[in-house]
Design a protein around this ligand. Structure first.
Ligand code: PEP
Length: 255
């Protein structure tokens, strides 16, 4: 069955102490809400916060995710954090392919596929981000559909059906991330429907029906409900608004 997910990507924000406080508030909120089965709350703090945050959240109510993992298993890769290290901390999922990783750290599909495979080997779920830039959007539908399709074809569409079952896709138009510009509900639905059709063409109708597709890009309490109401939008990946427990709670309530 398709899961509904609201995931918070904290990026490189908060001190450890602030992160622990935020995580406590999100966890308390989740406990008090008693969410229905199939609706999940995910938080992705920075690496340094994962262990202390794991110690304060109710892991039955809040899923702990990382924002990245290494493309190699272990060894002489100074500064890297492997999927197995994350697993050891109680991390259950990892965000991969975020546009900031693609843009600032030059992560391409080849690197991302290595990361995806290592994460899956460790039993981690993957929230895999795709999305077009402003220039690609302005170049017209033919281009941006192709950009998104290529991001999928070169990575998660090479997986087996069983592996793909552990993938959540997040559509994040790059022009909407951290910019205050949000895709309209219709723009989001158009791409989500396209992604679901591509998943169906690749893995079959049932897999497509079961695939969770999140929207991300300046999602906030004031616009979440209308975006989440679209039939192929199964929740959101939230950046800035996930840093305030109250706003994050309102977004969770919007779906
Ligand atoms: C993100 O970075 O995944 C994101 C959606 O950021 P924001 O909500 O701040 O646009």
């Amino acid at each position: 069955m398709r899961k509904l997910i609201v995931a918070g990507n904290w990026k490189m924000n908060t001190s450890v102490a602030e992160g622990v406080e935020l995580a406590k508030k999100v966890s308390a909120y989740a406990q008090q809400k008693n969410l229905p089965a199939g609706k999940q709350i995910v938080i992705a703090p920075p690496f340094t916060h994962l262990a202390p945050v794991a110690g304060v959240i109710d892991a039955n109510k809040v899923i702990l995710a990382a924002q990245d993992c290494a493309a190699t298993k272990n060894g002489a890769y100074t500064g890297e954090v492997s999927a197995s290290m994350l697993k050891g901390l109680g991390v259950k999922a990892v965000i991969l392919g975020h546009s900031e990783r693609r843009q600032y750290f030059k992560e391409n599909s080849e690197i991302l596929l290595k990361k995806i495979k290592l994460a899956l080997e460790e039993g981690l779920d993957v929230i895999f981000c795709v999305g077009e830039t402003k220039d690609q959007r302005e170049a017209g539908a033919n281009l941006y559909f192709n950009v998104i399709k290529a991001q999928l074809v070169d990575t998660v569409f090479t997986l087996t059906k069983e592996e793909f079952a552990k993938i959540v896709i997040a559509y994040e138009p790059v022009w909407a991330i951290g910019t205050g510009l949000t895709a309209t509900p219709e723009q989001a639905q158009e791409i989500h429907e396209f992604i679901r059709k591509e998943v169906a063409a690749n893995f079959g109708a049932q897999v497509a029906e079961d695939t969770t597709i999140l929207y991300g890009g300046s999602c906030k309490p004031s616009n979440a409900a209308e975006i989440f109401a679209k039939k192929d939008v199964d929740g959101g990946l939230i950046g800035g608004a996930a840093l305030k427990a109250e706003d994050f709670g309102k977004i969770i309530d919007a779906r």
